[in-house]
Design a protein. Structure first.
Length: 169
């Protein structure tokens, strides 16, 4: 997930153009350095809104298997995309974990909240962009306390900082 410094993931109109930044941090790493990590992702899970945004922006997930959680009747434009409507525990524990080593939950405040509430998240990696939005869709509204353990921090050339936390169970 990527958020503003004030932890919004989209503006009130759901726009995300602010994710592009002209900031420059000399000591930061480049996104090319993250390419090796992306290759370790076995499967993506995302909500319908994130899926629709990704289609419009030019599908960045390649042919990696992708599960889209939705109750709507959406069209898959790629063979690697599958739609699912049902129990999250069933999906993760019975279908995905036996097949994929790394399952990446992409975008969506509701999706993040649902996965956290079901204790289906091991790590949270959140990129913080150098901008304050003031209002919009919050990163997550869990409704309860959740302990985390800092695993790593990475600064990128564009000013984004990635915080990587382990979820304490």
């Amino acid at each position: 997930m990527v958020a503003s410094v004030d932890f919004f993931i989209a503006k009130p109109d759901n726009s995300i153009a602010w994710l592009q930044t002209a900031d420059d941090y000399d000591k930061g790493t480049t996104f090319e350095d993250a390419t090796a990590f992306v290759r370790t992702i076995g499967c993506y899970v995302m909500g319908a809104k994130t899926y629709e945004h990704a289609r419009v922006l030019g599908w960045p997930y390649g042919d990696t298997p992708t599960i889209v959680l939705t109750h709507r009747n959406l069209t898959a434009e790629r063979d690697s995309v599958e739609f699912y409507s049902g129990d999250l525990r069933e999906l993760v524990n019975r279908r995905l974990k036996p097949k994929y080593k790394t399952i990446w939950v992409v975008g969506g405040a509701v999706l993040a909240k649902d996965f956290l509430r079901e204790n289906l998240i091991d790590d949270i990696r959140i990129g913080i962009m150098p901008i304050l939005l003031g209002e919009g869709t919050p990163f997550v509204e869990l409704g309860r306390e959740q302990r985390l353990h800092l695993k790593d921090v990475t600064g990128f050339k564009d000013g984004m900082v990635e915080l990587w936390y382990e979820v304490r169970k």
